[in-house]
Design a protein around this ligand. Sequence first.
Ligand code: NOJ
Length: 733
Amino acid sequence: MKPTQEQKAFVEDLLSRMTLEEKIGQMNQESPSIVGGFDVPFHELIEMLTDGRISQEEFGKIMANAKQDYHEDDIRAGLVGSMMVKEPRENNRLQKIAVEESRLGIPLIIGFDVIHGFRSVFPIAIAEACSFDDDLFEVTAHMAARESRAHGINWNFAPMIDAARDSRWGRVSEGPGEDPLLGSRFARAKIRGLQNDHSSLLNYVAACTKHYVAYGACESGRDYNTTSMSVSNLYNVYLPAFRAAMDEGAATVMAAFNDLNGVPCTVNKWLLRDVLKGEFGLDGFVVSDANAIRECVIHGIAEDDRDAGVEAALAGMDMDMGTHIYKDYLKAEVEKGTVPPEVIDEAVRRILFVKVWLGLFDNPYVPEELIEAYEKGLPKEHVALCRRAAEESMVLLKNESVILPLDRKQKISLVGTLADDRNEVCGAWAMAWKPEDCVSIRAGLEAAGANVSYYPCGGPEGELNEEEIASACAEGDVIVAVVGETDAMSGEASSKADISLPGKQRVLLEKLLASGKPVVTVLMNGRPLALGWEAEHLPAILEAWHLGIRMGDAVAAALLGDVNPSGKLSSSFPAVTGQCPVYYNHPSTGRPGSKSKFTSRYLDAPWEALYPFGYGLSYTGFAYDDLQIHKIGKCLEITVRVRNTGERTGTEIAQLYTQDVSASLVRPVKELKDYRRIELKPGEEKKVIFVLPLDSLGFYDNEGKYRLEDGLFRFFVGGSSRDCMMKELRIKF
Ligand code: NOJ
């Protein structure tokens, strides 16, 4: 996304004709403000929702009738550069005001949270990442871009690429998991899908990679909490996905809420100017997170709003999301000399460039026919892609005595309120789904012709129904229990101190098991759960996450064997919450956990993940052999033979890890370097070839410098981060 000479000239000309107020207007993002239409003040309404006086549903109904201020006058006066609205006709109306009624006719950049699809909702990112399928990451992003653009949204607040190793943090659901390499490939594919199809102005949007940076490392997994870490940890774990996104040409970046080593990212000059715009070469702009400039006062880093605005602008924060601080104070600060005019010009240049690149000056509107087409329903190919994504994202965690797949003749007792709730399939940060597009697990099983009877019995909240439990146990040949979390239990502001199954669901499982019938457990959740008890007692567990609108079809297909599960975990699962943060690529310790006492272990829990990163079963088996490494020029060619040892066709995700055995800084016990999806028929074998550039074996030191150090390396290949073949090789760079 490099500006051309022509685009540069266009922007410079526009800039030369703008007043200071108009320039600052471009740096101001608004969303519709609620101005009434209900009986209590808005802040009280929020409190009522928070303390439970009204339900989410009641709140939604009230909001649907609320009166909103779309800031038309400010748009007309050139004081708004961006809006956050999802209704297409409203967006056309606001664009018309900006283009036809403001002095310079600069269109709005319209942003929205399209994280894992718009109306076509795909699996939450932590789930989609389990597919290890770069092509899928890209095509789902492309479809999200087209649907967004068809609704007047030209800027998606995605991808969320925060590395996250502590599943107490509710926002693990929104990102691609714990690994920097998988996160980087996810980031690149998402940027390509969102931004690269310029065959029409309606086929691409500007990406907004977020949250920059280290938000996922918030202390104790508590949202918005402080983060601190070494420079080398930052560069090796949290920055790679952002670097990759910038290399792929990401248009914009959203700064994170947290402070990093004492400086909030919102006003962190080193992070924004030196690293992001300097070292990584961002050509577009940076936006704050919602209200974050004001929160710098509460952080105790600025005395008041004015001070916070000055600090943010000087640090390189180009756009203010939602506080009006830039709009209210920056003009006076420029006139006073605290903020140099060049700072404003630089921000506005970046914002205008993205608008030009989006083609908004050529045509900012959504054609009415397109709006009407979407009102008629989702195109078939969108639905099909939602289903493919859901099918590839499931992870089979356990299948003792090969209970799965089920036979269509078996009488299934389907249990759990989540199983019959199509409003819960989309998960956190899905904002535009329609209930009629969503398929519950019950509906999916029925449509697939399963012999199924449904007994709600209980769910993540509320009490159990003993009568229904008794009937479920008496009637079925097999029990399928759908347990997990509601969508509100993960996502923003949904951190948990206990990530075992919520409510009475474990008791429910105990009662079902007591019947002696086989119990298949389907998990529907937004974060890795602590499954120590479940792994020990339940014979079959399918991790199905929040899979999006076609969840029911995908789960039914997996349970009935029409689809062979192929996903591998993008995040490690602990046995108990107290193990958090738990992740596979841990730095080596001097006393690795073992059975002996004085090692890095717990007295009351395992030291390793229950289900590690990269783990996932299939209805068939895969065997690895003949691991070979050859040096070819500046690369290593690493080959392995993989064979399907079972009786079904299946897809394996072969993974390559390395370990730098002796380095000047302690290195991880294993690091993912590449992965490959391979489909194998029964008995079939394939040679998998990984080509690893030698310079990918380095690491960043505490000055942020990349180092390649000669010495011994280990190379691991296998079907999970735990279960690998290994070879050593001494490398001289
Ligand atoms: C807050 C969230 O942290 C961010 O991810 C989101 O994009 C913005 N609000 C806008 O809704």
